[in-house]
Design a protein around this ligand. Structure first.
Ligand code: SF4
Length: 218
């Protein structure tokens, strides 16, 4: 008797959100598109301004295209840089640097790293985007941007990040954040959380690297 083997199609988890705007919001159109795809599937709300859904691998390209039409953005789940958590930009997009947050997100979200990395952005020192308790935190302050690294909000090792750059302009900020992520991607151990990497590698060494002094790092 011949045996029929039914292979289950593989599903992948996707993180979805409405992009960087005035708060982490979704409109009715976006919800409709999500509901159309989900059917009776459940959707998971995360604390990082993302929704998790599961899609068939073969649907992935189509889903991403459909979602993009209504400005729903998709990111990989797992050992990647997450999309930028952000504040509500309550004092205005330009004043609080929304274009900078959008550009930064474009450059770093979805990059593979040893362990999930959470970057956060906030438009003023009140800090609603919680940059100091995330792996990489950017704070707009006065006429520039401050960069913090190594914050951790969870467990007994919760701590605030360390300020490594102060009052820099957007290009310098993008470069520095990308350098920090490159360094972690190349030197972090498998599944080593970013704050542990910062402790092991040393803030001073990371600062040297960011200041283009990487030759001094052993
Ligand atoms: S961090 Fe500042 S700009 Fe952003 S929502 Fe809070 S108060 Fe408003």
């Amino acid at each position: 008797m011949c045996k029929v083997i039914v292979q289950k199609e593989k599903k992948v988890k996707l993180a979805v959100n409405g992009g960087i705007s005035f708060g982490a919001k979704l409109n009715a159109n976006q919800l409709r598109v999500l509901a159309d795809y989900l059917g009776d599937q459940e959707l998971e709300l995360t604390t990082f301004q993302q929704l998790y859904i599961e899609v068939f691998e073969s649907d992935l390209e189509f889903i991403q295209k459909k979602f993009k039409e209504v400005e729903l953005f998709c990111y990989p789940v797992g050992n990647y840089v997450k999309s930028l958590r952000h504040c509500n930009f309550c004092k205005g997009a330009e004043e609080e640097g929304m274009p900078v947050a959008i550009e930064l997100n474009k450059r770093i979200a979805g990059r593979p790293v040893p362990f999930t990395l959470r970057p956060a952005y906030t438009g003023c020192p009140i800090g609603c985007g919680e940059p100091l308790v995330n792996d990489i935190g950017v704070m707009k302050s006065r006429k520039g941007y401050d960069l913090y690294i190594g914050g951790n909000a969870k467990g007994a090792y919760a701590k605030t990040g360390t300020l490594i750059l102060e009052q820099v302009q957007p290009d310098e900020l993008y470069e520095a954040v990308e350098q920090v992520i490159d360094l972690y991607a190349e030197n972090g151990k498998k599944r080593e959380p970013f704050y542990k990497f910062v402790n092991r590698f040393g803030v001073e060494n990371i600062m040297q690297y960011v200041m283009n002094d990487s030759a001094q790092i052993e």
